[in-house]
Design a protein around this ligand. Structure first.
Ligand SMILES: Cc1ncc(C[n+]2csc(CCOP(=O)(O)OP(=O)(O)O)c2C)c(N)n1
Length: 332
């Protein structure tokens, strides 16, 4: 393999790098905590699927990318959008259904899109975005533009036809894509053991003859390293990989789920392994509380600014409806 000019981690500044990854994870968590509050106040409507607990997956994997690379994900998309570089303002305003949101308020929580940062979307139909991601990777190969696509989905998507169609084509056409199964152990209220006969999701790769990896998410730097290896395989050899990352969501499936299918003890055990707090612990020891506090204050400012921005932004008006028809500016 040739040398990657953009290695995911820079050894000399690993602590600074970890601090930046921690900052991103905290931004996602705090944005979502504020989103949950706004939802309860009736300021956000529709569905809201929180990513709290899983932040290290998006942040670690996207740290292994270049800005021109693509990401495609599910309805649980706020973390991927922010980690890819969407502004907290654009995300929060989209949640509020405001004209200043990333999709001008038309998409809402499940449909974050951002052309600028190559965030190709959040999708509501389980598994249906996987062939779309394969299509984006096909385009990159066809154009020889050197881009890699990361495609995220839950373990619930693995029993859906779209998963098999997408992975099959990616294998056949040797596409530069990494399939990331965020196995958080539950599909809505159904535990993995009741939905799949083989619990090792990564073994599905064997049926298509592609590389695979599987690990528990405890350390965001480990995510970056492991996904980084798959990204390198995609970029340099144009080969797909299926990576199963074992993670856990701390909140219910969506805001309407009280999560009664799991015990408080199970949740407590998993919270003790929270990658965000692990990163904080290491930084507190090696970076110092004072610098950490400064960083956290900046995140807090950014989040509260995004909330205020979303709250004060105008609603889209009727002309937006007209402009999204086939002869409006969106058609161009
Ligand atoms: C094709 C389809 N079937 C059912 C649903 C309803 N649904 C939404 S999310 C979900 C669970 C998916 O679980 P998983 O893939 O593990 O992802 P997670 O929500 O845990 O991130 C289901 C069944 C849907 N959106 N699309």
């Amino acid at each position: 393999m040739s040398h990657d000019p953009h290695p995911p981690t820079r050894p000399g500044s690993q602590l600074d790098h970890l601090a930046d990854l921690y900052r991103q994870m905290l931004l996602i968590r705090r944005c979502e905590e504020e989103a949950a509050r706004a939802y309860a106040q009736g300021k956000i409507g529709g569905f809201l699927h929180l990513y709290i607990g899983q932040e290290a997956v998006a942040v670690g994997s996207i740290a292994a990318l270049r800005p021109e690379d693509y990401v495609v994900t599910t309805y649980r998309d706020h973390g991927v959008a922010l980690a890819k570089g969407m502004s907290a303002r654009a995300m929060m305003a989209e949640l509020y259904g405001k004209d200043t949101g990333c999709s001008r308020g038309l998409g809402g929580s499940m449909h974050m899109f951002d052309k600028k940062t190559n965030m190709l979307g959040g999708y509501g139909i389980v598994g249906a975005h996987i062939p779309l991601a394969a299509g984006a990777a096909f385009a990159s190969k066809y154009r020889a533009d050197g881009r890699v696509t990361l495609c995220y989905f839950g373990e619930g998507a693995v029993s859906i036809g779209g998963f098999h169609e997408g992975v099959s084509l990616a294998a056949l056409w040797k596409l530069p894509i990494v399939f990331i199964c965020e196995n958080n152990e539950y599909s809505m209220g159904t535990p993995l053991s009741r939905s799949m006969s083989v619990e090792d999701v990564s073994m599905k790769a064997l049926g298509y003859g592609i590389d695979r990896d599987r690990f528990f998410v405890e350390d965001v730097l480990e995510v970056e390293k492991r996904i980084g290896e798959a990204v390198q395989r995609a970029r340099e050899l144009s080969l797909p990989t299926l990576v199963e990352v074992r993670t856990y969501r701390f909140r219910g499936h969506s805001m309407s789920d009280p999560a009664k299918y799991r015990t408080a003890q199970e949740l407590d055990e998993r919270k003790k392994k929270d990658p965000l707090f692990r990163a904080r612990q290491r930084l507190a020891d090696e970076y110092g509380e004072q610098r950490l506090k400064e960083l956290e204050d900046l995140v807090e400012k950014e989040v509260m600014d995004a909330v205020e921005f979303a709250d004060k932004s105008p609603e889209p008006d009727a002309s937006l409806l007209e402009s999204t028809t086939y002869d409006g500016p969106f058609a161009a």
